[in-house]
Design a protein around this ligand. Structure first.
Ligand code: CMP
Length: 143
């Protein structure tokens, strides 16, 4: 089954949106298989956003993502990488459709509430930053 890495960013945590965001993915039918509440180190942030090194917004992005706690999650389900990105909406919340998470709760590209892996390969890379294999739980929702 496909897996993705989703992270509620410091703005999502500070604005009290943890429950709302988790609820959307649960109700959609995806399965939570790993979750941590943590504050990223600078090293973790630089590893996570390695592809953005050198871009003008990179220093601000790292400073922001380490400024407070985040919720790091692994979700599993059919096409979860692409479907969860649809549910999140466009990276720039100003362009995100109203029913999406960013469309409903954000206006600023630098404060866009949630991160989601953009491909299965990115998901694998990002999950390895936050979770050991043994920390992802296998469970049967039908029981
Ligand atoms: P995310 O999906 O976490 O991946 C990279 C992040 O960089 C993105 O969300 C935004 O929060 C941030 N980002 C991308 N482009 C810009 C930009 N032009 N200005 C500020 N932040 C940006």
């Amino acid at each position: 089954m496909e897996r993705t890495y989703l992270m509620i960013k410091p703005d999502g945590v500070q604005r009290g949106l943890i429950g709302e965001i988790i609820s959307r993915f649960e109700k959609k039918g995806f399965q939570l298989v790993g979750m941590k509440f943590l504050r990223l180190t600078k090293e973790m942030a630089e590893k996570h956003y390695a592809e953005h090194v050198g871009k003008p917004f990179f220093p601000g992005l790292v400073e922001y993502i380490i400024s407070g706690p985040v919720v790091a999650m692994c979700w599993e389900g059919k096409d979860v990488v692409s479907v969860s990105r649809e549910m999140m909406g466009a990276t720039n919340p100003a362009k995100a459709a109203p029913g999406t998470i960013r469309g409903a709760y954000a206006v600023d590209i630098g404060r866009n509430i949630i991160h989601g892996s953009d491909s299965p390969a990115s998901a694998e890379r990002e999950l390895s930053i936050y979770f050991n294999a043994g920390e992802l739980v296998e469970w049967d929702r039908s029981l």
